[in-house]
Write a protein that binds this ligand. Structure first.
Ligand code: SAH
Length: 472
């Protein structure tokens, strides 16, 4: 180990910062956040440093550096742009056995400032010892996304209740068990659900009556459309906590790869032709069984769980069985396909309303006027396309209404077929378009012919539209 990590209590202690430019200002802000008494020494100071001095946050000495100015300091930071001056500061500090950080100069520094993840009272510091700060910062981003903010709130709660916990659990082993229960159980869940009072009440009840072994729970998570970059951070954390993952067929392998290695993965996707109700009942039973065993179950669904995903039904089943749940939204296919085809789902002059629909109940659709300046996004298997396109024309849509069929939206194999309502079924057959595919109908799809940036775009000649007067 080339560097020994150490956390300093700087509250009320003097730290000398030599230099008063923007680099110094960033260090000053950090030191003030840690409660240090900051003295800044420089010939001239950046306006922000001057403002801090004027408002009494720091002491500013507009002087040349001399070793005596180290008197009274616990720590020194050299943040000037003058390498010689930085060197002089470092040497003077070393002569007095004072720790000194020279900003961006590991060789001259006896102390280094790490990359920080702040979940106060938890602090995570990452350092490459100056070897490759970019790598340390990348790691920091990874950790930042994985350590949820509620960890900080939970730690603060434990800190406030420390004496009560000590009193109620004098035995070390019992106390340790209690802390594990805090982390894994309903108190943490309540904090995550933004219910701090409930968390506190649960903690006190458990102290008085004993904590029950953690009941399991189900996290209903939207996996997004396929590109793993479109998973939310909360979704990623859920995948890292999962003991069991029940996933649909639509969930991409790339997303599944992000899950905890030792999580049990069960594919519960519905295949065409099987009894969907029976599969759905089996999914409910699996969720309830694993949660009752105390496990964290992630029910992972393509797109968003509440958009044509039967998410509501699954929650009702969990509620019926008294199983706790959380919901993490995902990017639904409509939003992803719009973005990844350059088709803005609303656009001034072209569409000011938007419908997400599924074709499965087409037979029941009422006959309506074709809405003006409207975008329809239809979630369905491609095999229904012919009847659906014809259905829309029967409803009064013009046969030359522009539309797009997006296959494998956001995935590397994405293909977008531009067509009209009259031609789309035929074109889809010719290009052997397959599910999963999303059908977008409306003027806005023409913009996709101009704004496409991802995957393959198929624009048969008949669908090529003159650039119409769409608001730019
Ligand atoms: N809950 C999902 C939708 C499930 S219904 C969501 O919010 O996206 C299944 C339908 O979604 C498919 O038939 C298809 O029409 C659409 N779909 C899902 N992912 C897709 C993708 N990556 N590309 C195109 N369409 C997709």
């Amino acid at each position: 180990m080339e560097h020994f990590p150490l956390f300093l209590d700087l509250r009320g202690r003097t730290v000398l910062v030599v230099g008063a430019g923007l680099v110094a200002e960033r260090k000053v802000a950090l030191l003030l956040a840690a409660g240090a008494e900051v003295t800044v020494l420089a010939r001239a100071a950046h306006s922000r440093v001057q403002e801090r001095a004027a408002s009494g946050q720091i002491t500013l000495r507009l002087q040349d550096f001399a070793p005596e100015q180290l008197n009274g300091a616990w720590l020194v930071i050299a943040a000037t742009s003058d390498a010689q001056l930085n060197e002089a500061v470092a040497q003077a500090a070393a002569a007095r056995q004072l720790w000194c950080n020279v900003v961006d100069d590991a060789a001259r520094s006896s102390a280094q400032v790490p990359a920080i993840v702040d979940r106060a009272p938890i602090t995570i510091a990452i350092s490459s010892g100056g070897a490759a700060p970019v790598i340390a910062r990348r790691l920091r981003e990874r950790i930042e996304s994985l350590v949820e903010p509620s960890i900080g709130w939970l730690t603060a709660l434990a800190q406030r209740q420390r004496a009560a916990i000590r009193k109620a659990r004098p035995d070390l082993i019992a106390r340790r068990r209690f802390y594990h229960w805090l982390l894994d159980g309903p108190v943490h869940d309540a904090l995550r659900a933004a219910q701090p009072e409930k968390a506190e009440a649960l903690l006190h009840r458990a102290l008085a009556q004993g904590e029950k072994t953690t009941a399991g729970k189900v996290l209903l998570v939207g996996a997004g459309p396929g590109d793993p970059g479109l998973l939310t951070l909360r979704g990623l954390r859920a995948l890292n906590e999962a003991d069991v993952i029940l996933h649909d067929r639509l969930v991409s392998a790339e997303v599944l790869q992000l899950a905890r290695r030792d999580a049990l993965r069960i594919g519960v996707g519905k295949t065409p032709g099987e009894d969907h109700e029976a599969t759905q009942r089996r999914i409910h039973a699996l969720m309830v069984r694993h949660a009752r065993q105390g496990q964290t179950v992630v029910r992972l669904k393509g797109g968003d769980p509440f958009v044509f995903g039967r998410g509501g039904e699954e929650l009702l089943a969990l509620q019926q069985h008294g199983v706790a749940y959380e919901v993490v939204p995902g990017i639904t296919a409509a939003l992803a396909c719009g973005a990844y085809t350059g088709i803005p789902l609303t656009h001034r002059g072209a569409a000011d309303s938007l419908t997400f629909a599924t074709a499965h109940r087409q037979g029941d659709a009422e006959r309506e006027e074709a809405p003006h300046r409207h975008t329809q996004v239809i979630y369905m298997g491609v095999e229904r396309l012919a009847s659906h396109g014809a259905g829309l024309i029967a409803q009064g849509f013009a046969p030359d209404t522009p539309c797009a069929l997006v296959e494998n939206g956001s995935r590397p194999q994405q293909r977008t077929l531009h067509a009209t309502l009259a031609t789309v079924a035929q074109q889809a057959r010719e290009h052997a378009m397959a599910s999963p595919a999303l059908f977008i109908v409306g003027e806005v799809t023409r913009l996709g012919q101009r704004l496409a940036w991802f995957g393959e775009t198929l624009t048969p000649e008949a669908a090529q539209q003159p650039a119409i007067a769409l608001a730019a």
